[in-house]
Design a protein around this ligand. Structure first.
Ligand code: ATP
Length: 375
């Protein structure tokens, strides 16, 4: 195993020792999936990030984290010094699609093969000719919609099932990204579904940028990812309405989330309400409702002796994908899943399952029973 790792990636001097230690403490792990075998970085290893996978067909780097700005115009002026594109930030989950062992696989942020996404891929993109021509490229996309297995939120423009939105083309081995303009024409040439491109701007074109954000905010979209034309940082900015939707989703399971989830969003929301001039637009009331309505629904369920659950309804092509997805959600994502039903719907299998939130259930149940709490 060590020998294979060393042949796949060299850190230069000390390579063998670095990989030996990483194997010992589980930072790199051997993985297998339907006959494919590869290594997955479960934690960073000397500059290689968690989520990177090492295969005989090349190294697929982790998708990098994107820093956030809280104040739109100041954030742009401070961090960007040349023209940039604004792309819609689609609210879904991150997937890297690549050719490994002759198969097209969909990898999650953590470097696991996602059984759901790998199964559904062919419905949205025929990537076989693409990968025949470009086996060394990785297609990075957001998968979003109301019938995904991970996230109950959906962009307003996807009203059923899921859709794929390609936002980057990355090179295997180096992790280099195709520059924005080249990428837009490349996606068009290959007929791949890209994210919405909202325009090209200069750092001092604050008014234009603000207009775009106000319109995304009204539409109920998540925000933007700003990508410089040349050198410079990629940054993200999220709309106030998206923070409120996140709070609404989080509030149902308030005790199961880290407190930072809400604090961060409250700070971002306050700064953007002020900057975008949205106070007085009913936003304070929306925020109150977002916090309290799901919680009071949760309380009613607990009073009625039910659990706090979210329901997911998805469709897959292959029956095995359902079982694999359940294993993935329970084993990798560590969430508590209860299957509700599965049945054949035309050429798909429809599967309905719930995800349960025990901690929130427990605090509400204990409180409603009249128990004492020490603050
Ligand atoms: P981080 O990037 O800090 O790890 P995170 O995992 O919490 O953040 P988000 O805050 O949702 O993720 O923001 C980054 C993610 O946004 C990307 O990883 C990608 O999945 C998603 N995304 C959606 N649209 C785009 C786009 N147009 N360009 C780049 N990323 C996009």
């Amino acid at each position: 195993m060590l020998e294979r790792l060393c042949s796949l990636y060299s850190f230069g001097e000390g390579t063998e020792e670095i990989w030996r230690r990483a194997l010992e403490d589980g930072r790199v792990r051997p993985e297998s999936y339907e006959g494919l075998s590869f290594f997955r970085l479960n934690k960073d290893v000397k500059g290689l990030k968690r989520g990177t996978i090492l295969t005989d067909d090349g190294i697929i780097m982790a998708y990098p984290r994107i820093p956030r700005i809280l104040h739109l115009s100041r954030g742009i002026r401070k961090n960007l010094h040349s023209p940039f594109y604004m792309e819609e930030k689609v609210d879904g989950y991150n997937i890297r699609i690549a050719l490994v062992g002759g198969r097209i696989i969909a990898l999650t942020r953590g470097g696991f093969i996602c059984p759901f996404t790998t199964d559904r891929l062919e419905d949205f993109m025929d990537l076989r000719p693409f990968f025949r021509a470009h086996p060394h490229l990785v297609v990075c996309c957001e998968v979003a919609g109301p019938e995904g297995p991970y996230n109950p939120e959906t962009p307003p423009h996807v009203d059923e099932d899921v859709r794929f939105f390609v936002f980057d083309i990355m090179e295997k081995g180096t992790g280099r990204f195709m520059p924005p303009e080249e990428k837009y024409s490349f996606l068009e040439e290959w007929g791949l579904p890209g994210v919405r491109v909202l325009g090209r701007f200069l750092p001092d074109e604050g008014d234009g940028v603000r207009e775009v954000l106000l319109s995304l905010n009204r539409e109920g979209c998540e925000g933007v990812v700003i990508k410089p034309v040349g050198e410079g940082k990629v940054i993200k900015y999220v709309t106030p309405s998206s923070h409120i939707r996140d709070i609404r989703v989080g509030s149902l399971m308030i005790e199961d989330l880290p407190p930072g989830y809400f604090l961060k969003r409250l700070i971002m929301l306050t700064i953007s309400i002020e900057e975008l001039g949205l106070d007085g637009a009913g936003i304070f009331e929306d925020l109150g409702r977002a916090f309290l309505e799901p919680l009071s629904q949760a309380m009613e369920r607990v009073e009625a002796g039910e659990g706090i659950k979210e329901t997911f309804s998805i469709r897959v092509r292959k029956r095995e994908a359902m079982e694999k997805l359940m294993e993935h959600l329970e084993g990798v994502c560590q969430v508590e899943i209860e299957p509700v039903r599965k049945r054949k719907e035309g050429e798909y299998w429809r599967m309905v399952f719930t995800r349960r939130y025990r901690k929130t259930e427990r605090i509400l149940r204990t409180g409603l029973r009249g128990s004492l709490f020490m603050d």
